[in-house]
Design a binder for this molecule. Structure first.
Ligand code: OAD
Length: 328
């Protein structure tokens, strides 16, 4: 590890152009769950199954409850030192730098506390949030397409209030009984969403707040046309914002080649994000992976032009980047 770290830092100091590819693992130690593996669940649902246009079309109330909980969790969370290390990197004037983030939690855009200066917030010009943001809302009407950014209201509508707490009686402010249109949902009728009943089946398991059936009129509505609003995130099967994808292509392909790509807390399973690592390598750049789960060969330095730093990105990143960004 020390030899690898020394080699990495030597390369880091020589690098003129750096890309970072960020995934859910960066926010894990801020308390936000990752998508894949045992944590990738919301109540009895697989998070990935809820992140689809089909799930929203079939039951927008169910999907809004999931996103309302994610908004609440993200607002409760604080950026960690890993976020701050990337923010610091983005403010080095002589460095050509870009963060490609798959995260929608907004933690790179916030400070841990108000006493910290603005170099603890990522330079927005160098941050491409390719999967959108939990705090953007979009109108679903084709005729309108209104987009509302930086909406931090919580809950977004009164019926979404109880969805903030995942478990019964845990941190719950007050109980809100059925408001006419809101009822408990006994059995999930949705085929495409996989239900895993094992979670709630033992007496020692925590009891989830029931998922409700919510009438569309009680979900967030468009201020312009009254249409149904949806979360401003990219769902599976949807296109990524063309301007961002073009910007990334230009950054990687044009001008001098990137010297380094930092691959932080991502399983690298989603295209096109996972293609950027190979593209930087093809241009002659090196790869540094920060993840709690890395192949031994990589950790031991046996893979050409790849360093692997195994552990919590929130701890390892500030340490590894220290020669450039100073102590955090
Ligand atoms: P995943 O859940 O697929 O992967 C998270 C990665 O973070 C895994 O490789 C973990 O080993 C690693 N990890 C967990 N805790 C960590 C920690 N403390 N420090 C470092 N690494 C840690 O999440 P993503 O790769 O972000 O897309 O998933 C990519 C996309 O798939 C998401 O943006 C989302 C999802 O479905 C959409 O919703 C379109």
């Amino acid at each position: 590890m020390n030899k690898q770290l020394a080699e990495f830092q030597e390369h880091l100091l020589k690098s003129k152009k750096i890309v970072a590819l960020v995934g859910a693992g960066l926010s894990a130690s801020s308390g936000l769950p990752v998508f894949r593996g045992s944590q990738g669940m919301w109540k009895n649902y697989n998070s990935i199954d809820l992140a689809t246009p089909d799930a929203f079309y079939i039951d927008p109330g169910l999907v809004w409850q999931f996103y309302s909980w994610r908004r609440y969790s993200a607002l409760q969370a604080k950026p960690n030192k890993g976020h701050e290390a990337l923010a610091k990197l983005s403010h080095i004037p002589e460095l050509k730098y870009l963060t490609i983030s798959q995260n929608v939690d907004g933690l790179l855009n916030r400070k841990r506390n108000d006493e910290l200066d603005d170099t603890y917030i990522h330079d927005p010009r160098k941050l491409y949030e390719i999967h959108g943001s939990l705090f953007t809302l979009k109108c679903t009407s084709f005729m309108c397409n209104h987009v509302e950014r930086n909406n931090f209201h919580q809950p977004l509508t009164p019926v979404l209030e109880d969805t903030e707490f995942e478990y019964l009686n845990k941190g719950k402010k007050r109980s809100r009984e059925d408001e006419g249109s809101v009822q408990e949902q006994n059995i999930d009728p949705i085929d495409i969403i996989s239900r895993q009943d094992t979670f709630a089946s033992t007496s020692s398991s925590p009891q989830f707040q029931p998922v409700k059936t919510i009438d569309e009129k009680n979900l967030p509505r468009c201020p312009i046309c009254e249409g149904l609003m949806r979360p401003g995130v990219v769902w599976f099967g949807e296109s990524l914002p063309l301007d961002l994808i073009t910007g990334i292509d230009n950054f990687i392909e044009h001008g001098e080649a990137p010297d380094l790509i930092l691959v932080i807390g991502t399983s690298g399973t989603v295209y096109p994000a996972n293609s950027y690592v190979e593209r930087v390598k093809l241009k002659g750049g090196k790869v540094a992976i920060f993840n709690i789960d890395i192949d031994d060969d990589v950790v031991e330095g046996k893979v050409d032009r790849v360093w692997g730093f195994k552990g919590d990105a929130a701890e390892l990143l500030p340490l590894a980047l220290e020669p450039l960004i100073g102590k955090i």
